[in-house]
Write a protein that binds this ligand. Sequence first.
Ligand SMILES: CC(C)(COP(=O)(O)OP(=O)(O)OC[C@H]1O[C@@H](n2cnc3c(N)ncnc32)[C@H](O)[C@@H]1OP(=O)(O)O)[C@@H](O)C(=O)NCCC(=O)NCCS
Length: 190
Amino acid sequence: MDNLGCSLTKGESMLEGKQVRLRKIEEVDLPKLRDWRNSPYIRAYTREYRPLNMLNQNKWFSSLLIDQTNVMFVIEKKEDSELVGCCGLTYLNWKEGHGEVSIYIGDQKWQEKGYASDALQLLLNYGFCELRLHRIYAIIFEYNEASIKFFEKNKFKLEGRHREARFWDGKFHDELVYGLLEHEYLEEHI
Ligand SMILES: CC(C)(COP(=O)(O)OP(=O)(O)OC[C@H]1O[C@@H](n2cnc3c(N)ncnc32)[C@H](O)[C@@H]1OP(=O)(O)O)[C@@H](O)C(=O)NCCC(=O)NCCS
């Protein structure tokens, strides 16, 4: 069985896929993550509304050490270890067994190459098989067509809609909730 089923992935702090690996965020990654998060292209699809500086980044980085509700990784290409994005499970709720996916590919030149799908499968394996989550969900702004297609292709199901919950570019937009349950994941992968 490859590492997409419920087998432990190899490596101590790294999760290895076909094209990418997920590794823990290091301090040296923070300037790049700040620049990506501040880019208009990423800001359109994330909830952070304030521009971020290194103080924000350093505080967030320190909080990851003690915050039990977030597990974040950088996504790097296996072939040359170049950073291409960031992902993780956030708002982890240990009692109900659920968490939200956060994922982005930092530069458009690295999109549509399968990197995010590879990273998402690693995250799902980690979330369902190691953290024993029951449900993993994503909240997607309705105008984010790439992300809707991305999660649908990865078998997430539309669970609901928060009406006019996002204000962007002068208008209110709906937020879509997409989710995947543990048994749905396992049926696909085992
Ligand atoms: C959504 C996102 C993570 C996808 O990353 P990616 O590496 O390009 O995705 P993949 O190459 O693995 O693509 C997998 C599938 O996603 C869909 N997809 C990805 N980019 C797409 C695009 N620009 N337009 C339409 N569909 C797209 C397609 O169905 C694609 O499958 P296909 O190549 O067989 O058509 C990326 O577009 C991104 O970082 N967007 C900005 C941040 C964001 O929206 N994050 C999610 C917030 S909920």
